[in-house]
Ligand binder design. Structure first.
Ligand code: IVH
Length: 671
């Protein structure tokens, strides 16, 4: 390969790897399997080795994925949370062992094999036996502070017995498989997007702003490493595991000492077979040199230790036949082809539907009704079609005719040049309306819990709701007359709808479901434009003046506000009393100019509500203590932010002070 060609390919690979890292680490929504990811990374590493002058320090081959997200305070780790190199078969593993034997000048090495949980790495700091700080991995060097959330995890004790004064341990937080299935069922029922796998669900749960939300997810945690314990000198990984469990931390119970590579291979074979006996998603085995002294000799690269390696379980695949291809219509009108397949078990779950993503993907793979397909569920990712078995294709089969009209309302389908997604052009399409209502009512938007999937279908099908504001015109008699509804449930729903009128302006804006306007964007927009009128009147340039708003979002906002029916919709929502501005308070609230930081949990309300209430009074609420911070509100479980506030002399309010403030008594802040 010429240098030029290599340079082009290297740039392409770096871009692709960065894209997939972002999906995996920041959005918790990977679209390719770990194996595919590793292949890309391997190709890049080979090219960089062949053309050393093209290697760069920031390349994904030399950095660990993940980033410190917005909204959480950064916590530096006492030692980097390294990643692991992967092996995929016995030959790879033998090679790794041979290299290690060569480096150490020893044969028949002592290893510890551990189950590799597909969860989320965390660093837990205990001081004098008390849990003080918990952080995510972040970029490996600096994590995100999630102490209050981790404090809700039953396996993470508030206090340890017999632990040294200074202690930081590394563990893996995960969601048990059963809890994961239940969570997704509930989300499906509420019309919220389901999590692709338990790892994503755990990540999403841990990064909740409100610890009460985290507390509702039965997260669990296994520990496996000492990141810092200056007073201790354990001799082996086995001893580390014994220490951890002796202090009261949970350790995965199937770890085993293995002498020599043959015993290691036997362990890997055994758990490849038995992985589904575990109530947690395991994606492989971690093999570690047992004596810590040998670990030190073997040393680490900037990215991963040489003394440990991951053996990844092979992807789980199965063959089945396509019975039907259906085209679903989503909230934004996007048409998604879905293969209904003969139910088949893959890695402990039954798969009956497989998304084919979009028209282009469907054509590229040329999946047809009657085809035999190979389906894979790699690393717990949502199942996808790997390939069609062409030899088995029935001679009569024809390519799937992608509809030119919406399968729900019959309106023409529109697909802009260069875009992969075809959309139904009819904004009153029932499918779009139903998904729009589900989004509007979802927990992070207007939070109307009674509006389940079935009920939304009924409301739309019976013509009781034709646009979102119709929800607020629903009457008890009509509701109670619906199948499966009774007076009581109908009354509850009306109460919930009434209560939803109190949701603050940013939530209402997010609930409208304007394309590209997620929760964070809605908050940024409402901080700058204090009412929907102001937002509606803003030009593209003014919109792009807000941090985080790019040309795409600005264009979608303009497109939304320019449509007459959307203005009518806003007018009606306002008429029903929804908050479309920071109304009621003076344009500059009584707490304007004051920056608060919240830490720990509150008894009387979730932290998110406290934040919104403070903001409604004009205050800013920041994630970490800086020299801008005027007050810190601290509740039980407060961690490093409280320490920092004390150190910097920032005034601290307790929950009572906060409640007084929110009730209009400005005494606590001296105003
Ligand atoms: S050891 C230097 N042990 O797997 C130590 N990691 O693919 C490196 N993981 O980032 C990690 N179970 O999040 C280790 N028993 C275990 C593990 C484990 C799960 C995760 C961990 C790591 C990832 C690497």
């Amino acid at each position: 390969m010429t240098r030029e060609l290599a340079a082009g390919r290297i740039a392409e690979l770096r871009k692709a790897l960065e894209f997939h890292r972002r999906l995996y680490y920041e959005e918790n929504a990977p679209v390719i399997s770990d194996v595919e990811y590793d292949q890309l990374e391997k190709e890049l590493a080979q090219l960089e080795a062949a053309f050393p002058d093209l290697a760069a320090p920031g390349s994904p081959t030399r950095t660990v994925g993940g980033k410190v997200g917005k909204g959480f305070a950064p916590v530096p780790h006492p030692a980097p949370l390294l990643s692991l190199d992967n092996t995929y078969d016995e030959a790879d593993l033998r090679e790794w062992n041979a290299r290690l034997e060569r480096v150490l000048g020893k044969t028949s090495l002592d290893f510890v094999c551990e189950i590799k949980l597909d969860g989320l790495s965390v660093a837990l700091t205990y001081r004098h036996g008390q849990f003080v700080t918990g952080a995510t991995r972040g970029d490996g060097f600096v994590g995100e502070e999630v102490t209050a959330n981790l404090a809700t995890v039953a396996d993470i004790p508030r206090a340890l017995t017999g632990a040294p004064a200074e202690l930081v341990v590394r563990g893996e937080v995960y969601l048990p498989v059963r809890a994961f299935a239940e969570l997704n069922e509930a989300r499906e029922e509420e019309g919220q997007p389901v999590f692709a796998n338990p790892r994503n669900a755990a990540a999403g749960s841990l990064r909740q702003i409100d610890p009460r939300q985290t507390a509702q997810r039965p997260l669990a945690c296994f520990c496996y490493q000492l990141l810092s314990a200056p007073e201790l000198r354990p001799a082996s990984q086995q001893e580390v595991l014994r220490l951890l469990s002796g202090w009261g931390l949970k350790v995965e119970p199937n770890a085993r000492a293995c002498r020599g590579i043959e015993e290691v291979l036997a362990y890997c074979r055994e758990w490849t077979e038995r992985r589904h006996e575990l109530d947690y998603d395991a994606d492989g085995v971690v093999i570690k040199l047992d004596p810590l002294q040998l670990q030190e000799t073997a040393s680490s690269t900037a990215k991963s230790p040489r003394w440990a390696v991951a053996f990844k379980f092979p992807a789980e695949r199965a063959q089945t036949s396509v019975q039907e291809i259906a085209v679903q219509v989503g909230r934004t009108g996007a048409l998604t082809p879905v293969a209904h397949v003969k139910p088949v078990r893959i890695g402990g779950v039954t798969v009956s539907r497989v998304s084919l993503h979009n028209e282009d993907e469907l054509r590229r793979k040329d999946v047809r009704v009657g085809d035999w397909v190979l389906i894979e569920r790699a690393g717990g990712v949502i199942p996808y079609v790997v390939a069609v078995e062409r030899e088995k294709r029935p001679p009569t089969s024809v390519p799937f005719p992608f509809p030119g009209t919406c399968p729900v309302c019959g309106a023409p389908v529109h697909k802009p040049e260069g875009e992969a997604i075809a959309r139904c052009a009819n904004r009153s399409c029932k499918a779009q309306l139903k998904e729009g209502i589900r989004h509007f009512a979802s927990r992070t938007a207007m939070d109307v819990a009674g509006l389940g999937r079935v009920l939304v279908d009924q409301l739309v099908e019976q013509g009781l709701v034709e646009t979102i504001p119709d929800l607020y015109a629903l009457r008890l008699e009509k509701l109670a007359a619906l199948p499966r509804m009774a007076e009581k449930s109908a009354g509850n729903l009306l109460e919930q709808l009434e209560a939803s009128k109190l949701r603050p302006y940013p939530r209402v804006l997010y609930a409208l479901g304007i394309r590209q306007v997620g929760e964070e964007t809605a908050k940024a927009l409402t901080a700058r434009f204090r009412s929907v009128e102001a937002l509606s009147a803003a030009s593209r340039e003014e919109l792009q003046g807000v941090e985080g708003i790019g040309p795409k979002v600005a264009a979608e906002l303009r497109a939304f506000f320019e449509v007459e029916r959307n203005q009518v919709l806003l007018e009606r929502l306002r008429g029903y009393g929804l908050k479309l501005s920071w109304e009621g308070k003076a344009a500059l609230g009584p707490l304007a100019g004051l920056t608060f930081v919240l830490t720990g949990s509150l008894e009387s309300m979730p932290r998110q509500r406290a934040k919104e209430a403070l903001e409604a009074l004009g205050a800013s609420v920041a994630a970490s203590v800086t020299n801008q911070t005027r007050f810190v509100v601290a509740g039980p479980g407060a961690g490093s932010k409280l320490d920092r506030a004390r150190k910097e002399g920032v005034p601290i309010l307790d929950e009572e002070g906060l409640t007084r403030l929110l009730n209009g008594d400005l005494g606590p802040v001296g105003r």
